[in-house]
Design a protein around this ligand. Structure first.
Ligand SMILES: Cc1ncc(COP(=O)(O)O)c(C=O)c1O
Length: 381
């Protein structure tokens, strides 16, 4: 057991095991589970992306373009930025790891919020650095407290916007005020994995979600993370990217694994950008179904935070792990949030109308059973 303990690196030794996630749907037993636990796109990829994948499959004997040149140029044009301000990686979490490897080291730290994206602590610890997690204020990232936690050894601040798992959104002016107060030795990482969903919610609520690319255009020490895993439905292909200062992205590029973004993944991502109809369908369903789920859960007495992404943060008032187990038996997977310090909360991905109805049916069954038990207990009492 301890054969390699003394010779592995310190981060490998001290990092906890990563959380076991549910096995991919195809590995599960014959019963079909509705997966509302990983914030995936319930409609799948765009048909255009599937065509691009199929067309590219016969060339997979060749290594991919290490620089993802065509995709990089397309993204640069799409975001109206020079190509050297975009770096494509195998998912946005790979970009995050590159940033941690590039900016952090033992003795240095990154600051983020408690109850945020679980990968932050893994990426920071793998770089041998410390993650400072600041308590939230009413389910929201507490920007003042995050600012106060920054010290001379801080090299990055990580803000998930919207935050996973609480789904709360920071508005553009809050982020702008915060960014202006950051010291020069700190890089702000704005994780906008749920950008398309948040943008849709914000436009219908008539608020401004994000001006993050403006900060990059103005030369600020800001890196914006975006992904094809969510609204574009390509989570299994692993494509994401960072948008930031060319010099910093250049250092990150030195640290990356060679040929890490598959050629078919690059082709599918290019096609997915063009399929604006598919993205529109996905975000519109998400908005309407967020309302259906919120109303359904509220009617059962559960507390749901106003969403800004493709999932709900739902307070149950009871042990979420037990509820998740019950739902699993009813054929629906959700994420219980005990490991995030929220043992009475679940995170539920907003699915198709049919999936959401199946989830609500299971929640009603749970609620009816609880009422029946309570009635029995009170009769006995
Ligand atoms: C805040 C946040 N960032 C990034 C990601 C996705 O990462 P990737 O692009 O590596 O799939 C997720 C997925 O759950 C997330 O919640």
């Amino acid at each position: 057991m301890s054969r390699f303990y003394d010779i592995v690196s310190n981060p490998a030794r001290i990092m906890g095991n990563s959380l076991p996630s549910a096995p991919p749907a195809r590995l599960e037993s014959s019963t079909r589970i509705i997966r509302l636990d990983s914030n995936e796109n319930p409609f799948g990829p765009s048909p255009k992306a599937i065509d691009a994948l199929q067309n590219g499959i016969s060339s997979v004997n060749c290594y991919p373009d290490d620089d993802c040149g065509l995709l990089r140029q397309k993204l640069a044009k799409h975001h109206e930025l020079p190509a050297d301000q975009v770096l494509v990686t195998a998912g946005s979490t790979a970009m995050l790891s590159l940033l941690c490897q590039t900016l952090l080291a033992p003795g240095l730290n990154a600051v983020t919020s408690e109850c945020s994206f679980i990968v932050y602590s893994m990426a920071v610890q793998a770089a041998g650095a410390r993650l400072i997690e600041v308590p939230m204020r009413e389910d929201k990232l507490d920007l003042e407290a995050i600012l106060a936690a920054i010290d001379t050894n801080t090299r990055m601040v990580l803000l998930a916007n919207p935050n996973n798992p609480t789904g709360t959104m920071l508005e553009a002016d809050e982020v702008q005020r915060f960014q202006a107060l950051l010291p020069a030795h700190v890089v702000l990482i704005l994780d906008e994995a749920y950008y398309e969903f948040a943008q849709h919610f914000a436009s219908l609520r008539r608020i401004t979600y994000s001006n993050s690319l403006e900060y990059v255009r103005l030369g600020a020490s800001v890196v914006v993370l975006r992904t094809f895993s969510k609204a574009h439905g390509l989570a299994g292909l692993r494509v994401g990217y960072g948008i930031g200062p060319a010099e910093l992205l250049g250092y990150c590029a030195r640290m990356r694994n060679t040929f890490s973004v598959a050629s078919v993944a690059q082709a599918a991502a290019m096609a997915a950008i063009d399929d604006t109809d598919h993205i529109q369908h996905v975000v519109e369903n998400n908005f309407l179904q967020a309302r259906v789920l919120t109303q359904g859960l509220s009617a059962l007495g559960y507390r749901v935070a106003p969403p800004a992404a493709n999932f709900l943060f739902c307070g149950l008032g009871e042990d979420a792990a037990a509820v998740a187990l019950f739902l699993r038996e009813e054929g629906v997977a959700v994420k219980p949030l005990g490991s995030w310090g929220a043992p009475n909360f679940i995170r539920v991905t907003i699915g198709t109308p049919e999936q959401n109805q199946a989830f609500l049916r299971a929640m009603r069954t749970l609620s009816a059973r609880r009422t029946a038990t309570e009635t029995r207990v009170s009769r006995l009492g």
